[in-house]
Design a binder for this molecule. Structure first.
Ligand SMILES: [Zn+2]
Length: 307
């Protein structure tokens, strides 16, 4: 199923797998009245009920509609333990937007942009009906649906608790945002991230290459026809981005905001800047973890430089 999104990335896919106990919905879209209506229409057309919802990761366009779908179906929700913990800290915390804005201020965002971040984060949370008590979905666990056994595989990077489903007979992968055909999945550092999301992601890309899926159905755009080749391409992309980051940091001591301007230009709307700074930070954190640069904090402003 494809749901509209009110952003530049204007749609998101959820998937339905038929099982003996009813349909398994993999992701739910954003929790808007429009998406709720689309679910209600779809449920009328399905011969069997939706009995289970699998959340691949806590991002609003994947988890946001879960509350509506539970209301409509009474389905149980499954989510990885790490992802649920992050969802609690983000969507279950009343001061998330101000913590986020303060953190971005520390990475060089202006007061004006930081206040826009608060506004956007507050707007967003009204569309995130996240599950409070999901069943824990463990990597290695299997589901039987759509004619085969699907293994839950952890693919941290885009989100710390990101999981994908891999069909063990056909090699089909429900990849969510781990692998996308036309855009590079955002690998961002945020206040609730594990310290090196890019390192995690590069490992997950290697795991993808080793698993050799036959096709990957992502959360956005068309399916990835050669997932191993796409994973290799994304590894090269991040390698180039790391080299470009090193070039800028090599010349002077810079905040993540300043590096993001050099990498992504000045013309970005607030949400675009937020993604650009988070993506820049995941590269800076990788370079720090690999002893190529150091972070220097002066008066609550973090800057990066060569050691
Ligand atoms: Zn996502």
């Amino acid at each position: 199923m494809t749901f509209p999104l009110p952003w530049q990335l204007d749609h998101v896919h959820a998937y339905l797998l038929e099982s003996e106990d009813g349909w398994i919905a993999v992701d739910t879209g954003l929790g808007t009245p429009e998406a709720r209506g689309l679910w209600a229409d779809a449920l009328r057309e399905l011969a069997a009920p939706v009995s289970r919802i699998v959340v691949t990761h806590f991002h609003p366009d994947h988890i946001g509609g879960t509350g509506h779908l539970v209301e409509l179906t009474g389905a149980r929700v499954s989510q990885s333990e790490i992802d649920h913990r992050v969802a609690q800290r983000v969507w279950g915390s009343s001061d998330w937007s101000s913590r986020l804005a303060l953190w971005y201020r520390g990475h060089g965002l202006s007061a004006e942009l930081a206040s826009d971040v608060i506004g956007e984060a507050n707007d967003l949370r009204t569309h995130v009906l996240w599950p409070r008590e999901p069943d824990v979905l463990r990597p290695g666990e299997k589901l039987i649906a759509a004619g085969e056994e699907w293994e839950v595989v952890a693919m941290p990077g885009h989100a710390d608790g990101q999981i994908v489903l891999l069909g063990t007979t056909t090699g089909r992968m429900l990849a969510a945002d781990h692998l996308l055909a036309t855009i590079s999945p955002n690998i961002g550092l945020h206040p609730e991230s594990h310290g090196d999301p890019l390192g995690d992601y590069l490992t997950s890309l290697d795991r993808t290459i080793a698993l050799r899926p036959s096709v990957a159905f992502g959360g956005h755009h068309h399916p990835v026809e050669d997932p191993a080749a796409r994973a290799a391409e994304l590894k090269r992309h991040h390698q180039e981005r790391l080299e470009a980051t090193m070039t800028h940091v090599g010349q002077e001591s810079l905040s993540a905001y300043e590096v993001s301007v050099r990498l992504f230009g000045t013309e970005l709307p607030t949400h675009g800047r937020r993604f650009a700074v988070a993506e820049t930070l995941s590269h800076l954190a990788w370079l720090e973890a690999n002893s190529q640069i150091v972070r220097v904090e002066v008066d609550s402003l973090v800057r990066w430089e060569r050691p």
